[in-house]
Ligand binder design. Structure first.
Ligand code: TRP
Length: 334
């Protein structure tokens, strides 16, 4: 039986944080160990350009994300781990797909509509580039290029997978069956972690805890997590508590039950922060060391990405040849 193709992209605009780790990276790396799966994980650097025009930031983010995934033990002998921009067939396919995609479909994209609604009253097009408008088509190309079966994403991305399905069907209808139809996988149990200020941990709120800070800085950041003013000895609520929520994403069920008990008994916030720091640190410390070693030797990271790109192109080059043929732009004589 052929392996199931699981594909996902990571936009290269930020530094991986605890929320990314628990919600997306850890499950993706776990999934990559399944023998029945062939993972395609890539740095979505063309996507980064839509919202970030700071070259240094895009470059640094690509490096940090690649180092993070490798340090966490992504098995690159099974997974194809590559940089989107190393596969020029992807933007080429994006064009082919653009030519069968109704503009009206893109008008309905949430990401685009959200940007329009921010312009309330003013020019609706203000600040909106064509990259943002056509972004679901680039995402469709990412998936369809490798015939992805399953695409693990957050809820905000479901619409894009649906659009990719529409676009693939449209292309298949016109030119014959070239693409398989991808399916979104949303992990309902994936941990959502709150940030320093108690809102969802997110780069846009500037409340993140970077995954591989030095141990000292990491501890400091944990100590900065907002709590209420209840004193030691006063019973505390676990529901809605940022510290507890993060703890839950890292601890076993019996450990969580034990901490729940301690909340009822009035554990001091300082003590809970210590427990939390130790729990997370125990899980990530070995990877932190590998991360910093990789960051000091970026040529190893580049080697891995080049290897990944070569594997990806073994598929994309011949596939694109057949797509060119299908639409009628291949050489006249062979
Ligand atoms: N747009 C996705 C995000 O912001 C990242 C992404 C790019 C992606 N291409 C993809 C995810 C293809 C899944 C499949 O999270």
């Amino acid at each position: 039986m052929s392996k199931q193709i699981v594909l996902t992209g990571i936009t290269t605009t930020g530094t991986p944080h605890l929320g990314n780790y628990a919600g997306a990276i850890r499950p993706a790396i776990e999934a990559s160990k399944d023998e029945n799966v062939r993972p395609f994980y890539f740095l979505a650097d063309y996507h980064a350009l839509i919202k970030c025009q700071e070259p240094a930031r895009v470059r640094q983010s690509s490096l940090e994300i690649a180092a993070t995934w490798l340090a966490l033990g992504l098995d690159t002998s099974n997974a194809v781990f590559y940089r989107q921009s190393d596969v020029p067939e992807i933007p080429e396919l994006c064009w082919m797909l653009s030519c069968v995609t109704a503009k009206g479909l893109m008008n309905r994209s949430h990401a685009y509509k959200a940007a329009v609604s921010e312009n309330d009253g003013d020019d609706p097009d203000k600040g909106i580039n064509m990259g943002l408008f056509g972004y679901p088509i680039l995402m469709a190309a990412d998936m369809l290029m490798f015939n992805a079966d399953k695409v693990p994403v957050g809820k905000d991305q479901i619409q894009h997978i649906e659009m990719a399905r529409d676009i693939a069907s449209r292309f298949n209808h016109i030119y014959g069956e070239h693409f398989s139809i991808p399916e979104a996988v949303v992990d309902e149990h994936a941990a959502t972690i709150l940030g320093l200020d108690g809102r969802k941990m997110s780069k846009s709120y500037n409340n993140t805890i970077p995954l591989f800070e030095t141990e000292k800085k990491f501890k400091k950041l944990i100590n900065k997590i907002k709590t209420n003013s209840l004193e030691p000895g006063e019973p505390k609520e676990t529901d809605g508590c940022t510290l507890f929520g993060i703890y839950k994403a890292f601890a076993r069920a019996d450990e969580v039950a034990e901490i729940r008990q301690q909340y009822a008994e009035g554990i001091a916030w300082g003590e809970m922060k210590k427990v939390l720091f130790e729990k997370i640190n125990e899980e990530i410390a070995p990877a932190r060391e590998r991360y910093h070693a990789l960051m000091d030797a970026p040529e190893h990271i580049e080697d891995q990405l080049q290897e990944g790109a070569a594997k990806a192109r073994e598929i994309s080059v011949p596939f694109m040849r057949s797509i060119r043929e299908a639409v009628g732009i291949s050489p006249i004589t062979k």
